[in-house]
Ligand binder design. Structure first.
Ligand SMILES: NC(=O)C1=CN([C@@H]2O[C@H](COP(=O)(O)OP(=O)(O)OC[C@H]3O[C@@H](n4cnc5c(N)ncnc54)[C@H](O)[C@@H]3O)[C@@H](O)[C@H]2O)C=CC1
Ligand SMILES: O=C(O)CCC(=O)C(=O)O
Length: 528
């Protein structure tokens, strides 16, 4: 099978070499199409690779009928509609580590250029003005750098700023006083950091919680003469509020690499001599571009060849060692879900998944997603996958509970799935037998031993002599061969279950003939 890969933004040539070298990857590099043109061609592609320029909107994703993966060669995924990708079952991967160093270095370059007014002085010199008085700066030594967002880049900036002998103070929802102390910096709340800093640099993602995090109220808390740096994302700082704060002299200078609208040609902030700027160059180094393109290319190859991706954005990442442990259960978990959904007619309201034995000791979230995928597939079809299964469940109002238990019923591992509807509760349990593969071992309270595959017929009947024979005669009439058969009952002459594996699919009419037998209460055909 050949996969069509579209590279829609300029990526490092060396960085995409893994894709070029991969068999079955047909690479198309098209960095000039308009959004409208992109919409027309996206349907042909299995993978889309972008930087920050291409806007991967809901409208684009809707047209992408074959799209399986979007690779973002960089950190920020605010140019990708993640909800739309998730809903359409498209996995998004990014390259979160490859440009950390470059972005931190760029931030330091901006802080130093800002404090010494280097761009302004250079521009004046280019215009034949030798003015030494106008461009007096301030030292960084002993000044306080306030960092808002102490993730990968924020932390690198902190360690570099300490090298400049700055006092570093940071706010991040995940930062504790102990952690700050370990890093040799001061911890503060957002308000404390804003009030104490001489320079403030933001390094958060852009999300609804961080949009305009630095607004006019935030500026009002700052020291007069504060200098502001944004090498993270346009929109974290309210540009109108910044403009006003500079005019009012509250803010002495600002260094901006990113803007609320990009790209732009005329920007009112650039009319102010206090502002220096670069056109989103934080990650624009040979090294960073090569790193991010390599990372994202490798993840795309991994995904398309059925391997585990390293940097998923819309799926929790799972360590390889854990994945190795749970992967053998994937087939079982999906089949149990698919099997069980056939036993209910009312809409599912609740799914309870119990993990026992070996399974109680591992991370099971991927198995839960897989089980839910099996449950939803019956009615939603093949477009339900691991990426969107929980999204669809939530949208349909189905609550999912997973729990780990010690009740193994004698098996080394046991996965029990229970479905509740308004009228009934049904369950199925399965295990992975060493060297023999998956087995269904329990259906409601009945004990069975069936491989979950092929054409299955589940019959609930009255435990009476002759039922099995009559059922067998009907199948024989239709030339349907029984491959395996399991029977269990609650008590002698009571409710019983028959689970048959037959060699071909049974149609509705044939099933109806079985249902007409007096002792048979219901018949369900399940193709696994
Ligand atoms: N200018 C450029 O070319 C580049 C920009 N970036 C941008 O830099 C930013 C940071 O990237 P990384 O450090 O890799 O991300 P990261 O995910 O490692 O760190 C972000 C940090 O922000 C914190 N945070 C979230 N909400 C917050 C809030 N309300 N207040 C304070 N902290 C908050 C998080 O807890 C996290 O520690 C992102 O916006 C990314 O897109 C990244 C690379 C290059
Ligand atoms: O692709 C780029 O150059 C932008 C990098 C960036 O902003 C990011 O990684 O978040």
């Amino acid at each position: 099978m050949t996969f069509n890969i579209l590279i829609a933004d300029p990526l490092s040539e060396d960085g995409i070499q893994p894709l070029q070298d991969s068999e079955n990857m047909n690479l198309v590099i098209d960095t000039t199409s308009s959004p409208e043109e992109l919409k027309h061609k996206i349907g042909e592609f299995d993978a889309l690779l972008v930087r920050s320029q291409t806007k991967v909107t809901r409208e684009l994703i809707q047209e992408a009928r074959n799209l399986k993966i979007i690779g973002r060669a960089g950190v920020g995924v605010d140019n990708i509609d993640l909800d739309a990708a998730t809903e359409h079952g498209v996995i998004v991967v990014n390259a979160p580590n490859g440009n950390t160093n470059s972005a931190a270095e760029h931030t330091m370059a901006m802080i130093m250029a800002l404090s010494r007014k280097i761009p302004q002085a250079f521009l004046a010199l280019k215009n034949n003005q030798w003015d030494r008085k106008k461009y007096v700066g301030v030292e960084l030594k002993d000044k306080t750098l306030g960092i808002v967002g102490l993730g990968r880049i924020g932390a690198e900036v902190a360690s570099r700023a300490k090298g400049q002998r700055m006092n570093v103070m940071a706010y991040d929802p995940f930062l504790t006083e102990e952690k700050a102390e370990e890093m040799g910096i001061r911890y503060g709340t957002l308000e404390e950091v804003l009030a104490a800093a001489d320079f403030i640099t933001v390094h958060t993602p852009l999300m609804k919680e961080t949009r305009h995090l630095i607004d006019s109220e935030a500026f009002s808390l700052m020291k007069p003469g504060v200098q502001i740096i944004n090498c993270a994302r346009g929109g974290i700082i309210d540009e109108d509020a910044l403009y006003e704060a500079i005019l009012s002299k509250k803010v002495a200078g600002a260094a901006m690499d990113v803007f609320e609208k990009e790209p732009f040609l005329d920007h009112k902030l650039l009319t102010l001599p206090e502002v220096i700027a670069t056109p989103h160059l934080g990650a624009s180094t040979v090294e960073a571009q090569e790193n991010v393109a390599i990372d994202v290319s490798k993840d795309v190859i991994r995904f398309l060849t059925g391997e585990l991706v390293q940097n998923p954005v819309n799926l929790p990442s799972v360590a390889k060692e854990i994945m190795n442990k749970i992967e053998p259960y994937f087939n079982l978990s999906e089949k149990l879900g698919l099997f069980l959904i056939h036993s209910v007619t009312d809409p599912v309201e609740e799914v309870n998944i119990h993990y026992a034995g070996d399974l109680s000791e591992v991370e099971v979230a991927p198995l839960t997603r897989n089980t839910v995928k099996g449950i939803l597939k019956r009615h939603l079809g093949e477009h339900v996958n691991d990426v969107n299964a929980l999204y669809f469940a939530e949208r349909k109002g189905i609550t999912i509970h997973e729990n780990k238990t010690s009740k193994t019923r004698g098996f080394t591992n046991l996965l029990t799935v229970e479905i509740k509807t308004k009228s009934e509760t049904k369950s199925v349990a399965g295990t992975l037998l060493n060297g023999l593969g998956p087995r269904i071992v329990k259906v409601d309270h009945y004990s069975v031993d069936v491989t979950p595959e092929g054409h299955m017929i589940v019959i609930h009947h009255q435990d009476q002599p002759g039922v099995i024979g009559r059922m067998g005669s009907i199948l024989a009439e239709h030339q349907i061969n029984i491959a395996t058969m399991q029977v269990d009952r609650s008590d002698v002459g009571g409710e019983a279950i028959m689970m048959l594996k037959v060699d071909r699919h049974m149609d509705e009419e044939q099933l109806n003939q079985l249902k007409e037998l007096n002792e048979i209460h219901d018949v369900t055909a399940i193709d696994l």
